[in-house]
Write a protein that binds this ligand. Sequence first.
Ligand SMILES: Nc1ncnc2c1ncn2[C@@H]1O[C@H](COP(=O)(O)OP(=O)(O)OP(=O)(O)O)[C@@H](O)[C@H]1O
Ligand SMILES: [Mg+2]
Length: 94
Amino acid sequence: MAVYALWNNKGGVGKSYLTFQISCEYARTHPTEKNLVIDLCPQANASGMLMGGIIRGEEQLDFFSSQNPRLTMLVTSISGFVAHIEALVWELIS
Ligand SMILES: Nc1ncnc2c1ncn2[C@@H]1O[C@H](COP(=O)(O)OP(=O)(O)OP(=O)(O)O)[C@@H](O)[C@H]1O
Ligand SMILES: [Mg+2]
């Protein structure tokens, strides 16, 4: 199993896009493995890209964000994706 973590304090340097590219390339070259992306950025740009990009990705973001209750992790609200992430994590570890 490979684990990649991307972090940089500076904004707008390509963290989200690189995350998208790395995850897509890993999935392409490891088609039998499960590929989990944990998007910890409240902007959720990497998630948006993975869910279809500008229009479809934003629609999906809106859908997850509108779920009631809006899910939170630790003390910080992280996009609307915690439900999706939790479901994937449970699928991976169970
Ligand atoms: N390798 C690249 N070549 C050209 N443009 C790029 C490249 N990587 C990212 N970009 C563009 O640069 C901009 C910033 O990229 P991105 O959103 O990935 O940065 P970020 O570090 O995640 O920003 P933020 O700190 O706001 O979360 C975007 O418009 C993206 O399309
Ligand atoms: Mg980003």
